[in-house]
Ligand binder design. Structure first.
Ligand SMILES: NC(=O)c1ccc[n+]([C@@H]2O[C@H](COP(=O)([O-])OP(=O)(O)OC[C@H]3O[C@@H](n4cnc5c(N)ncnc54)[C@H](O)[C@@H]3O)[C@@H](O)[C@H]2O)c1
Length: 397
């Protein structure tokens, strides 16, 4: 059994606890911190937690606490992490790690200096569909990854602090882009260096200072391109869709809406349908098991197995820091309207990659451009002469 302190009892603190306690799970929340006394009491009662407090340090610094799970607003992640370093407690932090790379780097350096276990809770690289897709990519089924696009859009977050620049640190680029960037980065290869970002962002609908809609391109050193599409203005629920294109194949995944569960109700007895669902009448798209579909179960299995075995989980503070650095470049680009470099003071992947050759040999004199069987049964080859560059067509019957 791993004994955990939960900091934060809101939206994600409860999803995490549902997953950690799970079905006959061996992990247990033994301490909880929340801002308000009544939230502490309610959480303790709902989850049978023996200790609760409105003092963050008190919740962390208890002898029975082995791992701290930070589920607090973005502006409180650093304070919580520093307290974990002070009391030498293993720590897992929800996304985004920091409000920017400066905060992310300070947290990364602090946990490494303190020598404590650190996990970055990016659930969307642990969904069953993601894990399966990634396995296919690692086995070479898609060849060289050329483009990885990830979209997360919904009608906007549920708590007031998200809408405040100071507390949240940004709008949908930071809140949702962090998921999309890590998804694309993992598909492309986490050891491939992200080098520059081009981003469009605007506040199209909401009366806020931050952006509520953005699209960005992240260029990687090997020539691959990541794309993120994020919005707090999308109507119709939570849209999570990814596309990966490689030299040998393609994967499209739909993570949440219209995934094979469709239901109609007049509204009689209607209640919760799924995260960010905008309606509970008419045709609906419920989700069978949100904890599993959103990756929480596989994420905590990886995190706590690594903690028990003294190894590193798949996602660490280092990954959170790299994501922060990419998003910082996106913010700079949205302002400058130019490609902006990703500033990575700490880089532990490979460097010096060049774009792989895209030339496919056909014979001594030609490269192959394309091969296709037409509807009238002819096999057509499009070839390029190596010397002259001339393109020609050859029919093989
Ligand atoms: N899929 C995901 O990974 C995912 C989903 C949602 C949120 N998050 C992240 O989780 C963190 C918390 O988000 P949430 O949706 O649970 O928020 P929330 O508003 O629902 O809950 C925030 C919790 O923090 C506590 N808190 C302590 N001090 C606070 C303060 N000064 N102001 C506001 N709350 C305070 C509140 O009591 C509450 O328990 C954020 O970093 C967010 O980005 C991650």
């Amino acid at each position: 059994m791993t004994r955990i302190a939960m900091l934060g009892t809101g939206f994600i603190g409860r999803f995490y606890t549902d997953s950690l306690h799970g079905y006959r799970s061996k992990d247990k929340i033994v301490s909880v911190y929340s801002r308000r006394e009544e939230s502490v009491k309610k959480f303790m009662a709902d989850y049978d937690v023996p200790f609760g407090t409105t003092n963050m340090e008190e919740a962390i610094n208890r002898p029975d606490v082995e791992v701290v799970c930070v589920s607090l607003p973005n502006n409180l992640h650093e304070e919580a992490v520093m307290l974990c370093c002070k009391h030498k407690k293993a720590v897992m932090v929800t996304k985004p790690l920091g409000r920017n790379a400066e905060e992310g780097k300070r947290m990364l350096e602090a946990v490494e200096k303190a020598g404590i276990f650190n996990g970055y809770l990016e659930d969307l690289v642990y969904t069953p569909k993601f894990l399966k897709a990634h396995e296919s990519i690692l086995s070479g089924a898609l060849g060289r990854i050329l483009w990885a696009k990830s979209r997360e859009t919904h009608p906007g977050p549920h708590s007031e602090w998200f809408w405040d620049m100071e507390q949240a640190g940004g709008g949908c680029i930071l809140d949702l882009g962090c998921h999309c960037v890590e998804i694309a980065r993992t598909y492309i290869g986490k050891d491939i260096k992200p080098i520059e970002v081009m981003c469009w962002a605007d506040t199209q609908v909401k009366p806020i200072d931050a952006e509520d809609h953005a699209i960005g391109l992240v260029k990687y050193e090997n020539g691959a391109i990541g794309q993120f599409e994020v919005s707090w203005t999308f109507r119709g629920g939570l849209d999570l869709r990814d596309e990966v294109m490689g030299s040998e194949g393609t994967i499209w995944t739909n993570g949440f809406l219209r995934t094979g569960f469709e239901m109609f109700t007049t509204g009689k007895g209607a209640d919760y349908v799924a995260e960010k669902a905008e309606s509970n009448t008419g045709w609906l798209f419920p989700v069978g098991d949100e904890l599993n579909e959103l990756g929480y179960n596989h994420m905590f299995t990886d995190m706590l197995n690594a903690f028990e075995q003294g190894t590193q989980p798949k996602e660490t503070f280092y990954d959170g820091y790299v994501v922060n650095a990419i998003l910082d470049a996106a913010y700079r680009s949205a302002k400058s309207k130019l490609w902006e470099p990703v500033k990575l003071d700490v880089w532990r992947g490979k460097t010096g990659f060049t774009k792989d050759s895209h030339l496919q040999e056909y014979d001594a004199d030609h490269y192959l451009v394309k091969e296709e069987v037409t509807h009238y049964g002819a096999k057509k080859l499009i070839l390029k002469n190596k010397q002259t560059g001339k393109i020609s067509e050859k029919i093989v019957n």
